[in-house]
Every structure is written in structure tokens, then in C-alpha cells.
Design a binder for this molecule. Sequence first.
Ligand code: ZN
Length: 103
Amino acid sequence: MLALHGLREHDGRGPAVKVVMCPRCRSVNPATSLFCSQCGFALKLEAAYKAEESAKALVEMAEEVDALKMALKERDETIRDLRREIDGLKSLAMRTLSGGGQR
Ligand SMILES: [Zn+2]
């Protein structure tokens, strides 16, 4: 099961440096690393969960950004409406001024 996850135990000879082989790109990482230094693949289950949580958080953030974009779009439309109203008032004022208020 450990081998399936690319985990390798040291054989006991030489300096005891535990390493983890990345199942995706086969590069060797220190056993303490949570993610592959080459491709960023999650080397530990907890890291995978964390990555999933981060992905979920990113999706939520993206949704928030979308909501903000919608709000901004609505605000832009409101501003456009206000500009149109102001333009209308301006032309009304110009007409009133040039007409001298006469009927
Ligand atoms: Zn890798």
C-alpha cells in the first residue's frame, strides 16, 4: 500500500534519509515534503486533502469574484442610467436657457 503511494522506506544502511518518490513524475523528494518539488503533486494524503480544500476555497473565491463582477456590472449599469439622466437634465437645462423660458 505504501509502495502504491510512492513511499519508500530506507533499507537501514548508510545515512538514514527517508525519501518519497513522486508517483506522477518519479522525482525523489525528502519524506518530510508534502508536495513534489518538481510537479507539485500531493505526496501525502493530508496534503491531498489540503490541496482539495484549497481547490474548494479557490472555487468559492472564484464564485465570490463572479458575484462581485455581477455587482460591479449592475453598478456600471446604474452609473450609465444616472449619466443618461444627467445628460437629459443638461439638455433640458440648455433648452430652457436658450429658450429664455419663453413659451
Ligand atoms: Zn512530481
